[in-house]
Design a protein around this ligand. Structure first.
Ligand code: SAM
Length: 216
């Protein structure tokens, strides 16, 4: 077993299962995606650390447990159409791409979007479609989505994203008026006009910057 494979298995046991994460598809996906390929080269030895890591443009690759928790909260089925807002390194998009065929991800920094696209193609997740733009506006041409995951914290749940959820669809997003602490919420679209919101706990994310997020 390679060192990274060993570290990945340790991550599954010590960071995910030990915290009660049981979703088989999610555990399987995090057990397969080579996180070291999405980590900046100078931090490759820390790829499986139990924390977020810095990437370019002062952004972060999220902590493995948070990626797992948010992905599990989406209750994904293999044929779901999934939108991610905040591609960052591309790691979480690869995890989504391991579970679902139809994955779309948007990043506001072109450098990050381009790098993630290359890495996704190289690691076997070329079916994940990457777009450079403001993800708070969603991806109209590909909507509706069965699942939307927002990897940055905004002041509120963007109305446009709610409208791009399919009936029965789930969105997981950190929200809150503080830039330092947010609530992770799951929004479920019950019917055309009815949404149900659940609190999944406190989290800390980089800001969601855009038309329906924080202003630059
Ligand atoms: N999912 C990423 C990963 O696996 O590496 C982690 C993402 S990082 C925590 C959040 C990302 O959201 C940053 O790359 C940031 O540039 C991006 N972001 C912030 N606001 C955005 C917006 N309105 N549209 C698209 N991306 C946005």
């Amino acid at each position: 077993m390679s060192d990274f494979k060993k570290l990945r298995q340790q991550m599954i046991d010590e960071q995910l299962k030990s915290r009660g994460l049981q979703d088989k598809a999610v555990l399987n996906a995090l057990g397969k995606v080579p996180r070291e390929k999405f980590t900046p080269t100078d931090l490759i030895e820390s790829a499986y650390r139990d924390s977020p890591l810095p990437i370019a443009e002062s952004q972060t690759i999220s902590q493995p447990y948070i990626v797992a928790l948010m992905t599990a909260a989406l209750e994904l089925k293999p044929d779901d159409r999934v939108l991610e807002v905040g591609t960052g390194s591309g790691y979480a998009a690869a995890v989504l791409g391991e579970i679902c065929e139809h994955v779309y991800t948007i990043e506001r920094y072109k450098t990050l979007a381009d790098t993630a696209q290359l890495k996704l193609a190289k690691t076997g997740y070329g079916h994940v479609q990457v777009k450079h733009g403001d993800g708070t506006l969603g991806w109209v041409e590909q909507a509706p989505f069965d699942a939307i995951i927002v990897a940055a914290g905004g002041p509120e749940v963007p109305q446009t994203l709610k409208e791009q959820l399919a009936i029965g669809g789930r969105m997981v997003i950190p929200v809150g008026r503080s830039l330092n602490l947010q609530k992770l919420v799951r929004v479920r679209r019950i019917s055309k006009d009815e949404y149900q919101t659940e609190d999944l706990g406190d989290v800390r994310f980089v800001p969601l910057v855009g038309a329906a997020g924080w202003k630059e």
